[in-house]
Design a protein around this ligand. Sequence first.
Ligand SMILES: [Zn+2]
Length: 121
Amino acid sequence: MQKKYTKELLIQQKEILLKEKKKTVTQIDILKKEDPFSDPEHASDNAAVDTDVREQVGHETVVAQIKDLEKHLDAILQAIVRIDKKTYGQCQKCDSSIPLERLKVVPEASYCIECEKKLRV
Ligand SMILES: [Zn+2]
């Protein structure tokens, strides 16, 4: 039997998720601006090779960070959808209820701890 989360809790979790969404979108924007490859001057820049290497590394780090953030954002958006669909807090793999303590720490959690462990291995 599914444990029901209270309406208050869902409202609270949604607020946290919306705030987190905003924060993540801002972070992605900042990173995109920091990316040296997004500099319009770059194409015409006859920089020394070592500068190019440094820019390449910087670019890859930024791309990796943006990827992580976009994944995080996606999880947040899905969690918000689940709140609206009233399936929030349900493990997407085994259907068991995700413990409240876990949702407090990871509001966008899609899986229970057991399934998350299996996915990480
Ligand atoms: Zn599970």
